[in-house]
Design a protein around this ligand. Structure first.
Ligand code: HEC
Length: 140
């Protein structure tokens, strides 16, 4: 009986650990969907593994990004939400860029578990090819 209880606790602890973020902080608030502005509508992306995507920006970035005024100010945060469904209802993951001087890049799971953060070369290489838009890529 004692052994069973121990095993149960072990299973509970192991199963709950994926919600931790590995110590890497999010570049954006987890409630951004309600606090940021929607700046690009739901559309099919061929860049991010054939997902339907939408883009949100914080207050610092929103107007400049909407009006194509580059470079965006320091403190800008852009979050692209990836979805499998064409109405962009259920998030399956996020990619974000935050301008702390240079852009910092991040990829997270749908539960905001951080997958990778930093000056990620794969992100930068592709975004550099999008034209003269301060490394942003999404057409209005
Ligand atoms: C193969 C090219 C490619 C790679 C690699 C790529 N992106 Fe993108 N990204 C795009 C394109 C194209 C868009 C425009 C929207 C779309 O079509 O998906 C975009 C849009 C975005 C946006 C919305 C803001 C904007 O307009 O640029 C963010 C945020 C973003 N990507 C983050 C990332 C991060 C973080 C990574 C690396 C983990 C990454 N991207 C890797 C091509 C790429």
């Amino acid at each position: 009986m004692k052994y069973c209880l121990g095993l149960l606790l072990f299973i509970l602890c192991t199963c709950s650990s994926p919600t931790e973020h590995d110590g890497e902080p999010l570049l954006f608030p987890a409630n951004f969907a309600t606090t940021f502005q929607a700046v690009r509508d739901c559309r099919l992306s061929n860049a991010h593994d054939m997902h339907f995507i939408s883009v949100a920006a914080n207050a610092k970035a929103a107007n400049a990004y909407r009006d194509d005024r580059y470079p965006l100010p320091v403190g800008s945060i852009l979050v692209k939400t990836l979805h499998d469904d064409p109405t962009c209802t259920t998030p399956v993951g996020y990619v974000a860029m935050r301008k702390d001087g240079d852009w910092v890049w991040q990829k997270t799971a749908a539960n905001f578990e951080v997958r990778d953060t930093g000056a990620l070369q794969s992100c930068i290489a592709c975004h550099s090819a999008c034209g003269d838009r301060d490394l942003t890529c999404t057409d209005p």
